[in-house]
Design a protein around this ligand. Structure first.
Ligand code: NDP
Length: 382
């Protein structure tokens, strides 16, 4: 049984996607008909790798497949799905031949398919590790969605499997490919307002009021990696790390559940505090019960913030001295940028922008966030 719940975030993203047009970032090819049929696989040149999408759910359907219509260095070549009823529409819409269609049972056959160089895993979180291992063992590069895995041990195993098979592993932190986020990352290095004294990173939304407790979507089930921390908390955590330019040395976390009939064994809201070696403290939060979307750095000589900092488009930045900056792309430009960056790294044999190791650094902290919350908010040193 697959998740069919349409979250508020999904609705907002769909609305944003239908919004006013804006210039595509450079390096992303304009598709003649982004919403319609894809350029057939056979006509793509050597400078474009074939990608198989794994798990044809919301993200693959509404962001990744449309994103692959905008990319220059990769194209949608295949699909992996457990839902046979989805296959005809995907084949028709994207020109995917029978030989490039797989189920989870026969995924390993992909090893013999020269049309596909990379697989993009967009399934529930508990499947990220097993599918990564199978794709890597089949000799395919792996692009895996966030959170990388269920814990750091799984993340480590994924890195090792990709390393052993000499394939790249990248994690779908789309924001790290966005120019607005990259400007923030540069500020972490250049410190235009002096040292950061205080950091706040919050990512969450309100959803699931209409869910039947007897038929919960996977994001509310612990065995699939449900809960706000895995889903949205990694945005706040990742942002605290890239904004500070440091790794946390201690973590304190506290979870909060209001809708107890829905959130059993998974967190509805998580507050977590990250301490860094230079004394900086980041106050972070994530939630499936509250709207939050702010990243703010208070520094010695001013402040800067992004709000929102983690939408599919419309990222907005401002500073204490009146500067403003915003993303100019329209969804799914982030996904297109991310996939083109990752495809180029494969084609050129260079290190990817967001490798598995970056996902692993987050998973190590996620493990400690959950451990601290379970221990009633105990401060845990990493
Ligand atoms: P959906 O529930 O919409 O889709 C997941 C798909 O996975 C399903 O449609 C199904 O595809 C497949 N699947 C395989 N096994 C199961 C199972 N037991 N239960 C449910 N689905 C199953 O999820 P999303 O697309 O929203 O999220 C997928 C992944 O992408 C998650 O890891 C999520 O964190 C990440 N994500 C990342 C975003 C980003 O901005 N980077 C945004 C949204 C999601 P099929 O029927 O084809 O087998």
């Amino acid at each position: 049984m697959h998740d069919t719940a349409l979250t508020r975030r999904h609705l907002l993203a769909a609305m944003a996607g239908a919004g006013i047009g804006a210039a595509l970032p450079s390096g992303i090819a304009r598709a003649a008909n982004p919403a319609g049929a894809a350029t057939p696989t056979a006509t793509r040149g050597k400078d474009s790798i074939g990608v198989a999408l794994v798990g044809l759910g919301y993200y693959a359907t509404h962001l990744l497949a449309p994103g692959l219509q905008l990319t220059r260095h990769c194209h949608l070549a295949g699909i992996v799905t457990g839902s046979p009823e989805k296959i005809p529409e995907w084949q028709r819409k994207h020109g995917i031949p029978d030989r490039n269609v797989y189920g989870y049972d026969d995924l390993d056959r992909i090893a013999d398919n020269p049309d596909i160089q990379a697989v993009y895993i967009a399934t529930p979180n508990d499947l990220h590790k097993p599918l990564t291992l199978r794709a890597a063992n089949a000799g395919k590069h792996v692009w895996c969605e966030k959170p990388m895995a269920m814990d750091a041990a799984e993340g480590q195993a994924m890195i090792e499997a990709c390393h052993a098979n000499k394939v790249q592993l990248t994690i779908g932190y789309r924001l790290q490919h966005d120019p607005v986020t990259r400007r923030l990352m540069a500020m972490a290095r250049e410190k235009p307002y002096g040292r950061i004294l205080k950091l706040r990173a919050e990512a969450g939304f309100h959803a699931y009021d209409d869910v039947d407790p007897a038929n919960k979507p996977w994001r509310l089930l612990p065995q699939h990696g449900g809960g706000a921390m895995y889903d949205m908390g990694v945005y706040a955590l990742n942002a605290a790390r890239y904004t500070s330019g440091q790794e946390p040395v201690a973590v304190t976390a506290r979870q909060e559940v209001v809708r107890e009939h829905l959130f059993q064994g998974v967190d509805e809201t998580m507050h977590f505090t990250l301490e860094f070696a230079d004394g900086l403290v980041a106050e972070c939060a994530t939630s499936f019960g509250r709207e939050m979307n702010t990243l703010r750095a208070d520094c010695e000589r001013g402040w800067y913030e992004l709000s929102p900092f983690q939408t599919y488009d419309g990222l907005k930045g401002r500073t204490s001295d009146g500067q403003t900056f915003a993303s100019t792309g329209t969804s799914p430009y982030q996904q297109a940028r991310q996939m083109d960056d990752d495809a180029l790294a494969i084609l050129q044999g260079t290190a990817p922008l967001v490798p598995g190791e970056e996902g692993l650094r987050d998973m190590r902290v996620v493990d400690v966030v959950y451990a601290s919350a379970r221990a009633g908010g105990k401060r845990i040193v990493l």
